[in-house]
Design a binder for this molecule. Structure first.
Ligand SMILES: [Fe+2]
Ligand SMILES: [Fe+2]
Length: 187
């Protein structure tokens, strides 16, 4: 466990010096029609991840409530986890490889914020790796007597990683959306 107070799994939000973009472009204005296409696209992608996470948790709740068996859980959860892994991994690769190097040069005061988001990606990536391993474990043991144990481990992993992913999405938006808007970044 890291002793960095800004570590993704430790912080409860961004420090004030990284929220300066919100003065000119607060969250409650992000839905206005003047918000750039790129900013709306970014927010839309993030909303998709939030919905996807809720969907996975709903599928698990359904099973935990006894409304479906491990086969039913497997049929719904494995494809959902697979898609989540692929999409989030691809999203982070584009951000870290393509956008963050550009964003880092836009405002000196926020450069260390971009670095923070980059480090978040490493934390999330480790969690995605664990999620992948648990999903493989469940899939490979579906016909074994301990299928339910493997299902429970995957379910616990899905719930455990949720808060960090959401924290990252929220914090990234508060740095990146005002930057995109202010500098009219268009992809
Ligand atoms: Fe990100
Ligand atoms: Fe993102």
């Amino acid at each position: 466990m890291s002793d960095d107070p800004l570590h993704l799994t430790a912080r409860t939000g961004l420090p004030e010096d990284l929220r300066i973009g919100l003065t000119d472009f607060p969250r409650d204005r992000w839905h206005e029609p003047t918000t750039t296409e790129m900013a709306r696209f970014w927010l839309g992608i993030h909303e998709g991840f939030r919905r996807h996470r809720l969907h996975m948790e709903a599928v698990i709740d359904h099973w935990r409530a006894g409304k479906t068996d491990v086969n039913g859980l497997h049929g719904r959860l494995i494809p959902a986890v697979q898609q989540f892994l692929q999409h989030l991994d691809a999203h982070h690769r584009i951000e870290s490889g393509q956008y963050f190097p550009k964003f880092r040069t836009l405002d000196d005061r926020l450069a260390h914020g971009i670095d923070l988001l980059d480090r978040d990606h490493d934390v999330v990536h480790e969690q995605l790796e664990t999620l992948f391993q648990k999903a493989v474990g469940f899939h490979q043991n579906l016909r074994s007597p301990d299928a339910a144990d493997h299902a429970a481990r995957l379910a616990d992993t899905v719930f455990a990683m949720g808060p960090a992913v959401i924290r990252h999405l929220d914090d990234e938006e508060e740095i990146v959306i005002p930057l995109i808007q202010k500098h009219q970044i268009a992809g």
